[in-house]
Structure formats: C-alpha cells, structure tokens
Design a protein around this ligand. Structure first.
Ligand code: C2E
Ligand code: MG
Ligand code: MG
Length: 753
C-alpha cells in the first residue's frame, strides 16, 4: 500500500498547476486553504451571508488545529479533488521527496485523489484499488468511514501508515483523509510476536520480576521441571533447588548476575517428581531506561543426556573399561603432577610396576573371560592395599602401576615404606582367587622405583625404571619385588646399545667363521668346530659368548645361524679338494630358536645340496636345553636330518639335566664333555668321577665322546686314561681363520709322517 499514501501524499509530485481560482496559501502556517471558503460552508451558512465570518473561522481555527496534528491530513471535495493539506502532509513530502520541496507551496492541491489511486493501482500497487473504493464510498455517502493500514518501506527504514477517511461534517460533501505513522506500534507488535515465539523455544524459559518472583514460564520449562505455569507463577525459583549447592554457590551466581548482568553455568536442580538433574542455566537481567533491573530472564536446558555422554567420553578417555582403573593417559598425567609436587615438598614418592606371572597361560587355558575376572579381582585387591589419594592404574594386559605420593622425606625411610607396601601387595595378590567356578592362583612380579626432588623429571623415565625393576624381578624367578637401581638401568642401556649395534652388524655382514681343530688320541686332526666371530669395524673381535644370547632373544640368530651353516658347507666343499682336509668333520653350533624354525630341516638340506658336500661331514652341535624343550619334536627333526646323513653332537654335556632315558631316544653320535669339568680335572676328584661317568654312559649308548677346553697335557692325559679319545682346546689350537687352520692341519700331518 505504499503507493496509496505516497502517491496521494505531498510526496507524490504533480505538476504545480498554481493555486486554483480563489485559493490562497497562509504564509505563516503554509496550510493551503481555498480562498472561496464558500465551497466548504454549509448552504445554510452561505445563504445567511455569514460566509466571510465562516471563512475567517476556518482560517484561524481549522487551519491551526489541522497544522497542530501529527497526522498528515488532506481535505477532498466531493469529486475527490484535494482542496487542503496540513503542515504534517507537506513536511512528509519535503522529507521524503526533497526535490519536491520548492513546490510545496501548492503540494498536491487540485489533484484528484481518486485519480491518483487509479494510477497507483495501474502501476501495480495492490492496495490502491482498496483505497479508491473506500474513499469513493465515503464521498458517495455509502459509508461513514474507511480505515486502512499499509506499508511504505524504504530500503533504509520500515514504515507503516494508517489511512482514515471520514466525511466532511455539517453536510458538506467531501472527505478528510488522515494518514498516521503507525510504524512504532507495528514494530512493537512485531517484536512482541518475535519474543513470544522465542519464548516458546525448546529451551526452558522463566521470567521473574526484580524481586525474583516468577512472572512467566514457557512450555519447555514445564517439560523439564514438571511444574505447570500456574504452579510456579508468583513463587520463587528456589522451589527448584536440589540442595546440592551450598549458599556460597548461589551467592557467587547472583553476585555475577549483579556485577556482569548475566551468569551462565551448570547447576543441579530438582524436578517436581523429586528427581535431581543437571541443568545448563543462563540468567540475564532486563534493565529499564534508567538502568534499573526490571526483570530477570533465565533460560535452562536439561543436560542429563549430554552430561552422561560427556562423562562417558571422559571415562573412555581416561579409564580402563575392564577394571575401571585409570588408564595410561591418566596415570601419566598424575605422574606429571606428582613429579612437579615432589620437586616442591621434599617428600619421596614411589612407582610400582606390577606384572602378573604366567597370565598368558591362564588366559590360554581357562579363556579370556576368566582372565578378565582375574584382572578385575587384582584391581580390587590393589585398591584395598592403598590409601585414598594413591593411584592404581592399568596400563593394559596384565600390567598394573601403583603411584604413591607423600612418603617420608628421608631416603632410607621411603625405601622401607615402599618395601613394606610392595610386600603387602605381593601377599594380597598371592592369595587364591575364585574366578567363576575356577579356583586359581596367580603371582606378580613387582618393580619399584622412588622419585624425589623432581627426579627423574619425565614420567616416561620413571615408568621405565619401574619396568626395568619389574623385569629384574621376573628374571630373579618371579613372584618377587625388586627395587630399581642405576646399575640395572646401565646394563639395560648397554644391552639396548648392543642390540642396535648387532642389528647393524648383521645388515653389514661384520662376521667371520673361525675354526678350532678337534684331534684324536694320536694328535691328528679329525675335524673342527665352526665358531662365529663378530669383527667390528674398529678391528676388535667379539666372542659369540657376549652376543649369542642377545641374538637369540632378538631373533637375529636366525639370519646369523643360516649364514654360518652356509659358510660351513662352503668350507667343507673347499676342504674336499685337499687330501689333508678331505675327511674332516665340521661341527656347527645350532641355537634353540634356530632349531625350532619349521623349515630348519630344509635349510640344512639345501645348504648341503648347494655345495654338493657329503652330509656325513656335517655335525650339528645341540645343547641339552634344546633337546629337552619339546622332546618329541626334537627327535622328529633330528631323525629327519639323520636320514639325510647329518650327524649330531650334544654340546656342553653335563651342565644340563639330561637323563639317560632321554638320551637313549635321541639319534646322537657324540657327547661333548663341557669344559667346566675339564678345567679342574687334575685337581678335582669329583670332576674326574663325573667325566668317568659321562664316558661310561657314552659307551653304553654307543656314542663317541669328545672333551672341550683341553688346555694342558695333564688334562689330556687324564682324559685319555678315563677313556676319552677326542679333544678340542687351546692345547692344540685356538679357533683361527680357515687358512691358518688348514696350515695347522697340514703341519700336523707332515710332522707325523
Ligand atoms: P661352545 O660351542 O661350547 O664353543 C666352545 C667355546 O669354548 C668357544 O668359545 C671356544 O673358543 C672356547 N674354547 C675352546 N677351547 C678352549 C680352551 O681350551 N679354553 C677355553 N677357556 N675356552 C676354549 P667361543 O668361540 O667364544 O664361543 C662361545 C659359544 O658361543 C660357543 O660355545 C657356542 O655356544 C656359541 N657359538 C659360537 N659360534 C656359534 C654359532 O655359530 N652359532 C651358535 N648358535 N652359537 C655359537
Ligand atoms: Mg659348541
Ligand atoms: Mg661347548
């Protein structure tokens, strides 16, 4: 409807036709009035000749009244021609159409308002026709009034007007058109509507007066709290109090509202049914123009679900789901705090690493469910051993960690405290367990380390120390406690360094095979033992005794062992070409891990075949440990290789636990008397008795016997007397590279010839 007013108001420009006949403009008020006021007078007034007097009244009163009004007013004669407009009409025109200002002396006077409506309608103003009909009805006397509201927006401002059309009084034909700016009211109504919709949001809303008396609540409030509107209006919000917060909490909350105008946070409230629930609450103040509080508006949402989800996320992130103990992440966090605190307070703290012995076996035999039950019970027992404030965490698997703070500030006392507590834990975990229907037992290995004065600095380091101590406890036979000391760490660091070096050595083939001769009673070479050497880049030669155990543990023995086997076969092939070495038997050491490889037999077979050597010249040295580990499998592998023609010697014999029963079943060719019996043979009658027994046993089993570590002629002589006719030792030669070995053999043969 903007056009109706716009077009008909002073802002609608029509060419200034000049004042119509007899019209004058009041120079003071600017109100345009017809000079011939008779047109505005009743016929009876005209006939009485009071026209001029009436004209004077019009001018002085009517014009002053009209100009004093805020409404924009135009007076139409009976055919709709504008015959007068007031000051407000003209002002509107000047503000909205400044280019028209200079023509305001006449405004729209003389224009036909009905024509303007028609033109506006033709120009697309949908409301213009309505205005035309309404005005026409009033002018024609069909209606006593017409009212209509329309918008007149500009890009910068939203405006609404109301148009009221009333007939001229006293029987004069014509009408008064009054436009009133109703924008304020319309905007206020709109904001009320918006507020009403916003108020009915999914969030609970509550409005109180400045004294905190509830004035209004919305539907969501009722859904959340269970209280209907009528039950809370007139009451105070404290009817929702859960009792979980103290007075200080509410004081702080209202303090924030007073000083900042708002507060937001989480709060426990109570529903009508008594249930206490977590709620997110935001309180805002409403101020009047004088900045006095008139209302408080609270929005509240039930966060029971999101709080539960949040708690669940926290639980998953920081707690072990099986035992509900803190997990590694939380433990590390607490460790960081503990280390920082002990740097300040001078007290010792302790960290215990607890690993269950043989947990895997229990898990494999009784199943994971039973294993889980054990872990849960261990967790409970650990918690029972500790004070509140100590932490017990599960790192995963069967590994638990206990963190103790605030111990004595004297080292010796702190050690005693740690020992006492670890003994208590050890005893508690040693008690029998009832796991479902299974009665079971379990033991732990516990490593303990202390921290003090912020040392060690890093949680990882501390954890590693406790882990090392635990490892030592395991090595020492399990079900025990070990206190960490620096020596432990040094040896482990050295071990880690050696492992890295060894790995590189394997990659770079820094190895050689040396050969140590084995002689018979005549002193002639019968064979040799292949002994591995690590030739470091700096020229040092490392004995296998210092790296074979590590190579075994790390698996590096597999590529190494395979390489030695190939080297040995290649050497036998070379020896085959020389009469002096052609009949030599070469002994190769085989480690447990190597022997247990599923394809070990194939490895040996292909090494033999590749070189085309006589398998009977290859002798594999096994230790008692290998043989006893899985006796049936050992026998099977040995028999397979035996069929190939390969021979076997039992190395370091006498140091293990072989029983005659087992020995009988093994397809062996030779027993090798361990050098520890040979060393003191001359002086130790006990060793003599052992060696004599071994020799007798070998004979009864039809096995050859050889003594290693023979260093003196006295030892050799005694061995010979006892019936041992094969020897290996420094008395004859140290292990040497192949060319030296060959030279030795040749020299011996020549000397004998
Ligand atoms: P082993 O098989 O019992 O080898 C005999 C060890 O005694 C060798 O030490 C040898 O040098 C040493 N020996 C020989 N005669 C004498 C003597 O008269 N007096 C003294 N005191 N010692 C003597 P080595 O070469 O240091 O080897 C140590 C161990 O390393 C070997 O003991 C063997 O178990 C292992 N080993 C050596 N080479 C290999 C290999 O290629 N594979 C595997 N798996 N183990 C190997
Ligand atoms: Mg050996
Ligand atoms: Mg040996």
């Amino acid at each position: 409807m903007s056009i109706a007013h716009h077009a008909t108001g002073p802002c609608s420009m029509v060419p200034d036709p000049g004042p119509p006949d007899g019209e004058t403009t009041d120079p003071e008020s600017g109100l345009c009035c017809p000079a011939n006021a008779a047109r505005l007078l009743r016929p009876d007034q005209r006939s009485e000749g009071g026209a001029f007097a009436a004209q004077g009244v019009c001018h002085s009163f009517a014009c002053a009244i009209l100009d004093g009004l805020d409404e924009q007013i135009a007076v139409l004669n009976e055919d709709g021609t504008i015959i007068a407009v007031n000051q407000a009409w003209r002002k509107f025109a000047s503000e909205n159409q400044p280019q028209a200002a200079q023509r305001l002396s006449s405004g729209d006077l003389g224009r036909n308002y009905l024509d303007v409506c028609r033109q506006a309608e033709a120009a697309g103003d949908a409301g213009a026709m309505l205005a035309w009909q309404g005005i026409d009805a009033v002018l024609q006397g069909r209606s006593t009034s017409f009212e209509h509201e329309y918008d007149c927006h500009s890009p910068l401002q939203q405006r609404w007007f109301s148009m009221r059309v009333t007939p001229l009084a006293y029987g004069w034909r014509g009408a008064v058109v009054a436009h009133t700016d109703v924008s304020k009211r319309r905007l206020a109504e709109a904001s009320l509507r918006i507020a009403a919709i916003a108020f009915e949001s999914p969030e609970g809303m509550m409005v109180t007066d400045a004294q905190g008396i509830i004035l209004q609540v919305n539907h969501a409030f009722t859904l959340i709290t269970g209280y209907g509107r009528e039950e809370v209006v007139g009451k105070r919000p404290s009817l929702l109090s859960s009792g979980r917060h103290d007075a200080a909490f509410y004081q702080a909350m209202w303090g924030a509202v007073r000083s900042h105008g708002s507060w937001e946070g989480e709060i426990w409230n109570r529903r009508k049914n008594g249930e206490v629930y977590p709620e997110r609450l935001a309180i805002s103040t409403v101020l009047d123009d004088a900045r006095r509080v008139t209302h408080y508006v609270a929005s509240l949402s039930d966060i029971t679900v999101s709080k539960a989800a949040n708690d669940e996320i926290l639980r998953l992130a920081f707690y072990d789901p099986l035992t509900r103990l803190p997990n590694r992440r939380l433990l590390l966090d607490r460790l960081r705090q503990a280390l920082a605190a002990c740097a300040l307070n001078g007290h010792y703290g302790a960290l215990m690493f607890i690993d269950l012995d043989d947990f895997k076996t229990l898990n494999d035999t009784l199943g994971h469910n039973v294993g889980d039950l054990l872990l849960q019970q261990v967790a409970l027992r650990l918690q029972d051993c500790l004070r509140q404030g100590d932490t017990v965490a599960r790192l995963g698997g069967d590994e638990f960690v206990v963190l103790i703070e605030g111990m004595s500030s004297h080292g010796a006392d702190a050690v005693a405290q740690a020992e006492l507590l670890s003994a208590k834990i050890l005893a508690a975990l040693n008690l029998p367990y009832l796991l479902g229907k299974h009665r079971s037992s379990s033991t732990p290995s516990i490593g303990v380390t202390l921290f003090h004065n912020g040392k060690p600095q890093k949680p990882d380091e501390l954890l590693m120390q406790a882990d090392i101590a635990m490892y030592q406890a395991k090595q020492a036979g399990r079900n025990g406690v070990r206190l960490f000391d620096q020596g432990m760490q040094d040896s482990l660091s050295a071990r880690a360094g050696l492992e890295a070096e060894l790995r590189q050595a394997v990659e770079q083939s820094q190895f050689a095979v040396f050969y140590q001769v084995q002689v018979d009673a005549t002193g002639q070479a019968r064979g040799a033992e292949a002994l591995l050497r690590w030739c470091k880049p700096d020229g040092t030669m490392v004995s296998p005794a210092s790296f074979i155990p590590l190579a075994e543990e790390t698996g590096l023995i597999l590529p190494l062992g395979r390489w030695v086997l190939r080297q040995a076969c290649a050497q036998l092939r070379l020896w085959r070409t020389e009469p002096a070495t052609r009949a030599l038997v070469l002994a190769v050491n085989v480690s447990a891990r190597q022997f247990r490889q599923p394809d070990f037999c194939q490895q040996v077979e292909s090494a033999v075949q590749e070189q085309g050597i006589d398998p009977a010249l290859l002798k594999l040295e096994l230790t008692e440990g290998i043989l006893l580990e899985d006796i049936e499998n050992t026998i099977a592998v040995m028999k397979t290789l035996r069929l190939l023609g390969v021979r076997f010697s039992l190395d370091d014999f006498g140091t293990g636990y072989s029983s005659l029963q087992y020995l009988k079943r093994l397809p062996l060719d030779q027993l090798k008397i361990d050098q520890s019996f040979v060393r003191d043979l001359a002086s130790d009658s006990n060793d003599q008795a052992i060696v004599a027994t071994i020799i007798a046993m070998a004979r009864s089993l039809g096995l050859e016997v050889i003594a290693e570590g023979v260093e003196t002629e006295a030892q050799r002589g005694l061995l010979e007397q006892l019936g041992c006719l094969h020897y290996q030792g420094y008395l004859f030669s140290r292990p040497v590279p192949a060319p030296q070995f060959e030279a030795w053999v040749l020299a011996r043969q020549l000397a004998a010839a």
